[in-house]
Design a binder for this molecule. Structure first.
Ligand code: NAD
Length: 515
């Protein structure tokens, strides 16, 4: 089915928007060059100085939050309050946390060397910025998706080229405009456009790429980065499961699962898309979940609404295809299952009696749809939850915290939770990561720095004597090598032999320079 060009339709009412021009290859090259130029001075600053500037950038973003929420709301159809809560409210806390995590990741490491073996030597491992980082983002959280990589990359002393999704170019442009007001000229640049521009960004010379998006595109990005021998952090899709055990707090569980399956109309990489509920409480759970979900309102509406529409026509098609497939294969519609409003709105949907034959259980839906699968016990729930290509978040809902924790650890995921889901995404000090086709990337936390820095070993030798293993080879060198092996095996006598050999070896080495 053909759709209007990305970023040209308002999802809330279907009205047209003026297209945002795509960057040429030349413009991509210039953006990288500007970053490379600005990065040299930026990298020379102390971490404290860079942190201060980043905090200032956070304040500039918040000072214009009203306008930012309007731009995002217009482009995604979500209400401004929802945009503020999901994307902007935690900006300054996020920057502060990213600075704390960054200080731990970037601290130079002094390596201890034995003064007997390595006299006069001092060695330190330091973290050097890679240069210019390309960040390629999806459309689902058009501002905060940048945060996980943008702040750590800059703190580490890099420049950044941002490429927002072609579906949400204006939100990306707004963020860039705010950053540019606080940061040195050229340090963060912006290129607009679709896949071609993303590809050009990698090909034209960034030093590392952070990609967040779908699995097929992630594979393409991985190949392009491998060709150029640069690191690629890949944060890809999800199909998160929640395991609802018979001893859970039914009311809180229904509310929590409604929240994390419908948040951002389910357009959340860590949205709960599958629920495995123990048969004993399945009827009561589905009844409560259905009640909560049927009360959620879709924007545009009078006053606040819980959900926006789907962001684009292709996403709406995909959601409808998944629901239709499930119903044809025997799922039961509890609530929702239809479009609403004049844009891309879709009623929040609960499907019961689902199974692993259905697309809604096996493929990422990325919409306001939650599939309930009834299971006989927790063991079956874990096994079915793990029968999945993806592994981002997984949660267990139970009053028995210890058992819940043990079961959560059995889930093949990057983030395992008990009685909650997804919200660690706003914590800058915990890794956001997954298993299997969710990709190899680690976003946020001190563990995210591989793509932003490379280690550099620096050794300074203040010894006035040559090292005892230098040329020439002689019998004493052979005796020394044997003594070294013996010492490594814990034989004390070897230590005394070594001490005796050292002086002789140094003399022999120095004799090479004498007449
Ligand atoms: P997408 O793969 O279609 O596009 C993502 C970005 O890649 C866009 O900016 C796009 O222009 C760019 N792109 C497309 N082709 C490219 C190419 N050949 N080279 C370089 N860049 C290219 O994904 P989407 O539809 O925008 O986003 C939805 C997906 O993102 C979902 O699968 C969702 O689960 C995932 N996601 C994952 C996380 C996470 O943290 N794991 C977070 C948010 C979204």
């Amino acid at each position: 089915m053909s759709h209007p060009p990305p970023g040209t339709i308002r999802p809330s009412d279907g009205s047209r928007q003026t297209p945002v021009p795509q960057a040429s290859r030349e413009a991509v090259r210039e953006a990288i060059e500007a970053g490379r130029h600005a990065q040299r001075d930026w990298a020379r600053l102390s971490i404290d100085a860079r942190a201060k500037t980043l905090l200032e950038a956070g304040r500039v973003i918040l000072a214009d939050q009203m306008a930012g929420c309007e731009v995002m709301s217009d482009e995604t159809g979500r209400g401004p309050t929802e945009c503020r809560m999901s994307e902007l409210a935690s900006t300054l806390d996020y920057v502060k946390g990213a600075i704390r995590a960054g200080r731990a990741a970037l601290r130079p490491e002094r390596i201890k060397l034995s003064p007997l073996d390595f006299p006069g030597k001092r060695v330190v491992v330091e973290q050097v910025p890679r240069g210019v980082i390309g960040i390629i983002a999806p459309w689902n959280y058009p501002v905060s998706n940048f945060y996980k990589s943008l702040w750590p990359a800059l703190l580490a002393g890099n420049a950044v080229v941002m490429k927002p999704s072609e579906h949400t170019p204006r939100s990306g442009a707004w963020l860039h405009e705010k950053l540019a007001q606080a940061l040195p000229e050229g340090l963060v640049t912006l290129v607009q456009g679709g896949g071609e521009v993303g590809q050009a960004l990698i090909e034209e010379g960034v030093d590392s790429v952070v990609f967040t998006g779908s699995v097929p595109t992630g594979r393409r990005v991985a190949k392009l980065a491998a060709e150029r021998l640069i690191p690629a952090s890949l944060e890809l899709g999800g199909k998160d499961a929640a395991l609802v055990l018979a001893d859970c707090d039914l009311e809180r569980t229904a509310l929590g699962i409604a929240q994390w399956s419908m948040h951002n109309a389910g357009q959340n990489c860590a949205g709960i898309e599958r629920v495995y509920v123990e048969e004993a409480i399945a009827d009561a759970f589905v009844e409560r979940l259905g009640k909560v979900v049927s009360r959620l309102r879709v924007a545009p509406g009078d006053g606040p609404t819980e959900l926006g529409p789907l962001q684009n026509a292709a996403q709406l098609d995909l959601v409808e295809r998944h629901v239709k497939d499930a119903l044809e294969r025997g799922a039961e519609l509890v609530t929702g299952g239809e479009r609403t409003g004049s844009g891309y709105g879709y009623r929040p949907t609960v499907l019961d009696h689902c199974n692993h034959e259905m697309l809604v259980v096996t493929e990422e839906t990325f919409g306001p749809v939650v599939a309930v699968v009834r299971v006989k016990d927790a063991k079956e729930a874990v096994s079915l939850a793990n029968d999945c290509r993806y592994g981002l978040n997984g949660s267990v809902w139970t009053r028995d915290y210890a058992r819940g924790e043990a079961l959560a650890r059995q889930l093949e995921v990057g983030v395992a939770l008990v009685n909650n889901h997804a919200f660690t995404g706003i914590l800058p000090e915990t890794p956001w990561t997954g298993t299997k086709e969710t990709g190899t990337g680690v976003a946020a936390s001190r563990h995210a720095y591989h793509g932003f820095v490379r280690p550099r070993t620096v050794l300074v030798d203040r010894s006035s004597k040559p090292d005892p293993f230098w040329f020439p080879a002689n019998d004493d060198l052979q005796a020394m090598s044997l003594a070294l092996v013996e010492r490594s095996q814990g034989r004390l006598s070897a230590l005394f032999r070594l001490a005796g050999l050292l002086g002789k070896r140094v003399k022999a080495i120095q004799s090479l320079t004498r007449d």
